[in-house]
Write a protein that binds this ligand. Structure first.
Ligand SMILES: Nc1nc2c(ncn2[C@@H]2O[C@H](COP(=O)(O)OP(=O)(O)OP(=O)(O)O)[C@@H](O)[C@H]2O)c(=O)[nH]1
Ligand SMILES: [Mg+2]
Length: 238
């Protein structure tokens, strides 16, 4: 089994080298064949060059520099398409998503097709402000009830899956925008009756650099995304 870890970056020079080093250590310890695909959207802070300078000797660390496109979801899709593993892990690159949970997510994909790190199952949480946690929790309930999905964290973005589940899907219809791609991904996978298992994750605070998330803008974008799925004639599954 080969693992492909997809790491989207925009101005993550403060944490990316530490993150890559930790993931390499974790996957090597588990004796997995692996590749880390970092998709950088030409970060002005030189994230991509920093990776080249530090990991040139490791063929399993593959930075991709995108200069014509920008955006979280399309970067993830770009990484998935460039990957050669049969199990894919997707995560943020600022330590919000704790890398030590990667082996558990991978193990779960032996039994379920998709493993998701959730802040809203027992044991999960967020180290950030209580307001942000509560706001996100309430919004996730809105997603669940609007779309009739069982998953509790539809904005997680920390997940692992068998790549074969993407076969035959129109991925451009899912992987666009920002964190809302994950709402579409989980919705379509549940419509297709894929086996999904959520494990508790406590989001850490980013360890450096600046947030790319504009909460008000994302809230509006995510609400529109949910309503589009809810009211699409085909139920978004064709
Ligand atoms: N390639 C690429 N990655 C992006 C882009 N925007 C954000 N990212 C990455 O997506 C992840 C999530 O972005 P963050 O800024 O951490 O968003 P957030 O987690 O909501 O905000 P924080 O609470 O500050 O961590 C990070 O790993 C970013 O580097 C983009 O346009 N292109
Ligand atoms: Mg973050």
């Amino acid at each position: 089994m080969k693992i492909s870890v997809i790491l989207p970056t925009y101005n993550e020079s403060a944490s990316i080298c530490q993150l890559i080093a930790e993931i390499v250590k974790i996957l090597s310890k588990e004796s997995y064949e692996y590749e880390l695909i970092i998709v950088d959207d030409n970060s002005p802070d030189g994230t991509c060059q920093l990776i080249l300078d530090n990991f040139r000797d490791n063929p399993g660390v593959i930075p991709i520099l995108r200069t014509t496109n920008r955006g979280l979801a399309s970067a993830i899709l770009h990484g998935i398409r460039a990957s050669s593993g049969d199990t894919v892990v997707v995560m943020d690159t600022d330590f919000n998503h704790p890398p030590d949970l990667i082996p558990l997510l991978i193990k779960i994909t032996d039994y379920f097709e998709i493993a998701v790190g959730s802040r809203y199952v027992i044991g999960g949480g967020m180290e950030t402000s209580r307001m942000r946690y509560l706001g996100s929790k309430i919004f996730n309930k809105f997603i669940r009830y609007s779309l009739g999905v069982k998953t509790t964290d539809n904005l997680s973005g920390f997940f692992a899956f068998k790549k074969s589940i993407l076969d035959g899907l129109n991925l451009e219809k899912i992987f666009y925008g920002y964190g809302d791609y994950f709402i579409r991904f989980l919705y379509i996978m549940q419509k297709k009756k894929r086996f999904i298992h959520e494990i508790p994750v406590v989001y850490k605070d980013r360890i450096g650099g600046l947030s790319k998330t504009d909460l008000k803008k994302e809230l509006l974008l995510y609400t529109i995304s949910v309503l589009k799925i809810r009211f699409s004639k085909s139920g978004f599954t064709d």
